[in-house]
Design a protein around this ligand. Structure first.
Ligand SMILES: O=C(O)CCC(=O)N[C@@H](CCC(=O)O)C(=O)O
Ligand code: ZN
Length: 346
């Protein structure tokens, strides 16, 4: 690692330069806060502002390992930096206790959710609410600073945000992405090709605004943003990282400007689903009708009872509706499961 011109920032962060070993090109690394790190090429034109976030849920460790690996290569000067990148480790306090969150699920607190009482009881500001606001401001600053920069003539600056997660239970398709609601704008096949190169070919199309981090970046900054689910929650040391080689290599190529080698878009390469029902828990007495080993993407016939919420039976509304993210242990008012049905791109 090469460190030069180290200097402190008024907010308590610090910056330093790293030199890429092979090309001798310099980049500025800025640690804005715990878990918030930007990498910016010095004296080179960039065209893409990339946000890579992990640990919005602190016990989802495989994405943390993938991002740490890329950061390590950049800091040691082994990997060329071609674009501006903001790495976010979302919830360090929950990483430290190896839990999904400390007080409240942070991925329900974006787009202003941090400032509303969403049925969490007191409505007081807790760790996750502070952090969600900080993450919003950090992403805003990062994208806005990018738009001040020159790009190559004739090219439009791009914004991306891949918010990396792992699912709580096993999945029939163990890597999949949620494509946030675009308010009628067309879904981008080029983004699906990129996800496919990451080994993610199952995509859920959302049809409504949410308070997730990926919807925030998509809706507020026009970023190509996705929640990307990579396997199942496991403690550090228990991830089979060979399952994530494609995503690690593709993200590495993205930040270093290497050819991505995307294959042409063909429908057959993808399993596309649309989100059919968003089922929020309404009562203290809430239970799912299936066990924890029933995997995401398991489908049921029309009229099958999925959950009992108070005295309400929550049922599938059509044949082949499949369950995603079922979790009976959520706060009242929050999402207890999604259902999806197969679809195609319009
Ligand atoms: O497996 C689960 O139950 C949850 C995994 C997870 O954290 N998923 C995200 C999805 C966000 C989205 O819908 O875009 C979440 O629940 O926050
Ligand atoms: Zn998660």
């Amino acid at each position: 690692m090469t460190r030069a011109n180290e200097w402190s920032l008024p907010g308590g962060g610090f910056s330093f330069e790293v030199i890429h070993q092979a090309t001798k090109s310099a980049s500025k690394v800025t640690v804005l806060e715990t878990g918030l790190i930007t990498f910016e090429p010095i004296n080179r034109v960039t065209q893409h502002d990339i946000v890579l976030s992990s640990a919005v849920h602190g016990n989802e460790t495989a994405p943390i390992e993938i991002c740490s690996d890329i950061i390590g290569q950049l800091i040691r000067g082994e990997l060329m930096l071609a674009e501006r990148v903001l790495f976010i480790f979302g919830n360090p306090a929950s990483m430290n206790i190896a839990e999904r969150f400390v007080e409240e699920n942070m991925n329900r607190l974006f787009s202003g959710g941090h400032s509303q009482d969403q049925g969490q009881g007191t409505g007081l500001i807790n760790k996750e609410r502070h952090r969600a606001l900080l993450l919003e401001n950090t992403v805003r600053d990062f994208f806005e600073a990018g738009s001040e920069l020159n790009t190559e003539a004739g090219t439009e600056r791009q914004r991306s945000h891949y918010d990396l997660h792992t699912a709580i239970r096993g999945s029939k398709c163990d890597k999949f992405a949620v494509y946030p609601f675009l308010h009628g704008a067309p879904r981008k096949k080029s983004q699906l090709q990129f996800l496919n190169a990451c080994g993610v070919s199952t995509i859920l199309l959302s049809h409504a605004p949410t308070t997730t981090f990926s919807y925030f970046s998509s809706n507020e900054f026009g970023a190509d943003a996705f929640t990307v689910e990579l396997g199942k929650v496991r403690p550090f040391g228990e991830n089979d990282m060979s399952q994530f080689v494609q995503v690690r290599e593709t993200l590495t190529k993205l930040v270093s400007g290497q050819a991505l080698g995307l294959t042409p878009y063909i429908d057959e390469d993808f399993n596309l689903y649309e989100i059919s029902q968003v089922i929020n828990r309404q009562h203290e007495a809430f239970s799912l009708t299936f066990t924890d080993d029933v995997e995401n993407f398991t489908d049921f016939p029309k009229g099958h009872v999925l959950a009992i919420d108070g005295d309400i039976e929550v049922k599938t509304q059509q044949d082949g509706e499949a369950i995603i993210f079922p979790n009976a242990n959520v706060a009242i008012g929050q999402r207890a499961l999604l259902t999806v049905t197969p679809t195609t791109l319009a």
